[in-house]
Design a protein around this ligand. Structure first.
Ligand code: ARG
Length: 270
């Protein structure tokens, strides 16, 4: 069957897991005493880069820094919409130095960067869908950062409250399929936010808790291909039924820190 969905080439910013580790605990996926197989993390991460490039996408890299084991989760370093960059202000002190490194990368790449005044973890909590920005809060990004994002991008933000600590960033519970639709796990959201999502996206692809716990919603879509955790089997099937092309990529070593495919991928939108 020919896919009914059009794909568009994307520009991604990523950060190699050279210094990846679980050396502090800032979400329920992380635990003390976890050992990380860095070679495996590196191989999985490089596979993701290769798969993106094989599908026609551009991947650029920000240089990782020692002592910043979560910097591989580049989605948290900024949000970029309409060529405008909103930098990040991290909640956890351990991650705060990452903000300046992402800022510098964008400046050197020719972008102006606006620094948020309150906690804002980039694309981890800000998900553009067409001319809307879905904005998560509850664990990391604050509602005042949502207003900052709205002012900076000139697009309406729709605040969504996350209520389950396993889904502490919006991008662990929801992703954009294209400019008009999303996939999400309802129980990660407050009742009011679930209603908002049902109202905005009556045709959304609904994921199960198993899909969400397998990082199935931490996916990246280019409008046609959905780069997704191979462990999110039910969701993978649903996406295929809707005419999308699931492309499984295993980042299980990175799951130990609470991150997956989307967390590793910052999209630079012009
Ligand atoms: N250990 C990191 C943290 O808790 C994981 C970040 C995952 N990134 C994401 N976009 N969800 O901050």
């Amino acid at each position: 069957m020919v896919s009914p969905h059009a794909f568009t080439a994307r520009r991604y910013l990523m950060c190699a897991p050279t210094y990846f580790d679980v050396s502090y605990v800032i979400n329920p996926w992380m635990s003390e005493g976890t050992t990380v197989d860095r070679e495996r993390a590196d191989a999985q991460w490089h596979t993701l880069v290769d798969v993106y490039r094989a599908h026609g996408h551009t991947v650029e890299e920000v240089t990782p820094a020692p002592g910043l084991p979560d910097m591989v989760f580049a989605a948290n370093g900024a949000a970029v919409v309409r060529g405008r960059v909103l930098g990040s202000r991290f909640h956890a002190p351990e991650r705060q130095p990452e903000a300046g490194l992402f800022h510098l990368w964008f400046k050197e790449a020719g972008f102006d960067v606006r620094e948020p005044e309150s906690v804002c973890e980039g694309e981890g909590d800000l998900t553009p869908v067409g001319d809307l920005i879905l904005a998560g809060t509850g664990f990391r990004t604050t509602t005042s950062a949502h207003h900052e994002a709205q002012e900076h991008f000139g697009l309406p933000t729709v605040g969504l409250r996350l209520v389950d600590p396993y889904f502490y960033h919006l991008d662990t519970a929801l992703f954009a399929l294209d400019d008009t639709n999303v996939a999400y796990y309802p129980a990660a959201f407050s009742p009011g936010s679930q209603e908002v999502l049902r109202t905005l996206f009556p045709d959304a692809v609904i994921a199960t808790r198993e899909d969400a716990m397998a990082f199935g919603l931490n996916s990246v879509s280019d409008g046609r291909n959905v780069f997704i955790s191979p462990y999110a089997t039910a969701l993978t099937e649903r996406l295929a039924d809707r005419g999308f092309t699931p492309v499984p990529v295993d980042l299980s070593e990175l799951h130990k820190a609470g991150g997956g495919i989307k967390c590793c991928t910052q999209e630079i939108r012009s």
